[in-house]
Design a protein around this ligand. Structure first.
Ligand code: SF4
Length: 353
C-alpha cells in the first residue's frame, strides 16, 4: 500500500522530507525489501535499462589536507604525473570511453594553477568530456574559467550534512567551504556530482536531510553513495564500516528523493557490490575503467590491465561489469543520456498522478 503511494510521489517530483520520514517509519530495517523494490521501479521508469559507463583517473594531485581525513589512506597513493594522466585518458578514449573523472587530492591553499594546467594538457590531446574531483580546492574565478574551457562537471560534496560528524571524520577540511563550493559549482552551471558517505557516524535522519538538501542543487546530475570503510593504515582503521543494509537503504532513499539523478557506487565499494547496488535502486552509471599504479594486484582475474608506463596501468573492468549488468537485463553504453522521454515528462509534471 505505502509502496504504491511512494512510487507515485517519487515519480512525480521526488519525495519530500516528511513523506520520507513516514516511509522509513513504515518500512523500517525489517521491511527494507519493499523499499528496494519501489526504488528499483522508479529507476526503471526514469532511466530504463541502459547503463552509462565512464572512467576515473587518479590521483592527479597530492592530498595536502592537514591532518588527513581519519578514515583515509588514499593520500598515500603515488600521484600520476601529467604524461601518465594524459596517456591514461587517451587509452580510455581508444577503448570507447566518452567521459572521464579526474580525481584528487585536495589542498586548502587551492589547486587553481595545477588543475588548470592538467585540464589544458588533457584537452589538447583528447576529446572526452571531463569531470574533476579535487575537493573544494578551486576558487570561484577558476571554476568560471574551467567552465569556459569546456569542463563538463565538477564533484562538490559534503559527504555528510551533519557538521559535527564531518569535522570528526575530516578535521583538516572545512564543512562551510565545501558547502559554498557546491553552491558555486551549481550556480556556474556545471553538471554537479556529489557524494553521500553512508555509515560514518550519521543517522538515517541525517542521510534523509542530506538528500533533501541536495534536491535544491538544480544541476545535480550524479550522486555517489560511498560505503564508509576506514582504511587499514588510517587513524580509524579498526572501526567498523557501513553495513550492507545501511548502504543499500541509502541508495534506495536517494533514488526516491532524487529520481532523476544517477545514483552511483562510491568509495568503499567493489565491483561485486553492483549486485546489491542495482536491485536496491542504484543506476544508471558505472565506472568501467580506472588507473592503477605501483603494481597493485588486480581485483578480479577477468579485468584487463593496459600499461600506460612502467608504473601505471589502465584497468578495464568491462569484462566483469558487462556480464554482471546483463544478468539484470541491462546493456552498457558509453553515451551519457538524460533520463528518457518518460523522465522528461515526469520532470515537467505531465505524469505521476
Ligand atoms: S578522503 Fe580526505 S585525506 Fe583522503 S584524499 Fe580525500 S580529501 Fe584527502
Amino acid at each position: 500500500m505505502i509502496a504504491g503511494k511512494v512510487f507515485k510521489m517519487a515519480l512525480k517530483n521526488g519525495m519530500d522530507e516528511s513523506l520520507c520520514r513516514d516511509l522509513t517509519d513504515a518500512l523500517d530495517r525489517t521491511r527494507s525489501v519493499a523499499l528496494f523494490q519501489t526504488a528499483s521501479l522508479v529507476r526503471d521508469r526514469v532511466f530504463g535499462r541502459e547503463i552509462h559507463c565512464m572512467a576515473t583517473v587518479g590521483p592527479i594531485l597530492p592530498c595536502k589536507l592537514k591532518p588527513h581525513c581519519r578514515y583515509c589512506s588514499f593520500w598515500r597513493m603515488p600521484v600520476l604525473d601529467e604524461d601518465a594522466v594524459v596517456d591514461g585518458v587517451r587509452i580510455m578514449e581508444q577503448r570507447g570511453m566518452k567521459r572521464v573523472l579526474l580525481v584528487g587530492g585536495a589542498c586548502t591553499e587551492g589547486y587553481d594553477r595545477e588543475m588548470t594546467d592538467i585540464v589544458k594538457a588533457v584537452k589538447k590531446r583528447t576529446t572526452l568530456d571531463l569531470e574533476l574531483n579535487i575537493g573544494a580546492s578551486l576558487s570561484q574565478e577558476t571554476v568560471k574559467r574551467l567552465k569556459d574551457t569546456g569542463v563538463a562537471g565538477i564533484t562538490a560534496s559534503l559527504e555528510t550534512v551533519n557538521r559535527g560528524v564531518f569535522m570528526q571524520a575530516k578535521p583538516g577540511d572545512c564543512f562551510e567551504r565545501r558547502k559554498r563550493f557546491l553552491e558555486i559549482c551549481d550556480r556556474e552551471g556545471f553538471e554537479v556530482r556529489s557524494v553521500v558517505m553512508a555509515g560514518c557516524g550519521e543517522s538515517e535522519e541525517d542521510r534523509i536531510h542530506h538528500l533533501v538538501y541536495l534536491r535544491g542543487i538544480k544541476n545535480l546530475r550524479y550522486l555517489m553513495i560511498s560505503r564508509f570503510t576506514p582504511q587499514p593504515r588510517s587513524p580509524w582503521g579498526g572501526l567498523p564500516g557501513c553495513s550492507s543494509l545501511d548502504w543499500a537503504r541509502t541508495i534506495a532513499l536517494a533514488r526516491l528523493i532524487l529520481p532523476h539523478v544517477h545514483i552511483v557506487m562510491g568509495g568503499g565499494t567493489r565491483t561485486e557490490d553492483l549486485s546489491l547496488w542495482y536491485p536496491t535502486g542504484g543506476g544508471n552509471q558505472v565506472f568501467g575503467m580506472g588507473t592503477m599504479s605501483g603494481g597493485s594486484p588486480m581485483k578480479h582475474p577477468s579485468e584487463l590491465a593496459i600499461p600506460v608506463n612502467e608504473r601505471v596501468s589502465v584497468v578495464d573492468r568491462l569484462p566483469v561489469v558487462g556480464p554482471l549488468m546483463e544478468a539484470f537485463g541491462c546493456r552498457i553504453s558509453f553515451e551519457d543520456r538524460m533520463p528518457d522521454e518518460t523522465g522528461e515528462r515526469i520532470r515537467k509534471g505531465y505524469l505521476g498522478n
